[in-house]
Design a protein around this ligand. Structure first.
Ligand SMILES: [Zn+2]
Length: 50
């Protein structure tokens, strides 16, 4: 199932690979928002079916 995460800055990521979704959001958070330590659970809590 495709899942989509949208960031408050307008960036979004959609994939059916949960590991890629988590890794992509973690990378975005770190690079763009200087947020370290975003957890898998936090990412999945933001994810919506797409
Ligand atoms: Zn963002």
């Amino acid at each position: 199932m495709q899942k989509r995460v949208e960031c408050e800055c307008g960036w979004s990521l959609q994939t059916d690979d949960e590991a890629k979704l988590v890794a992509g959001v973690q990378q975005h958070a770190k690079q763009i928002h200087n947020m370290e330590g975003v957890t898998k659970d936090q990412v999945l809590a933001q994810a919506r079916p797409a």
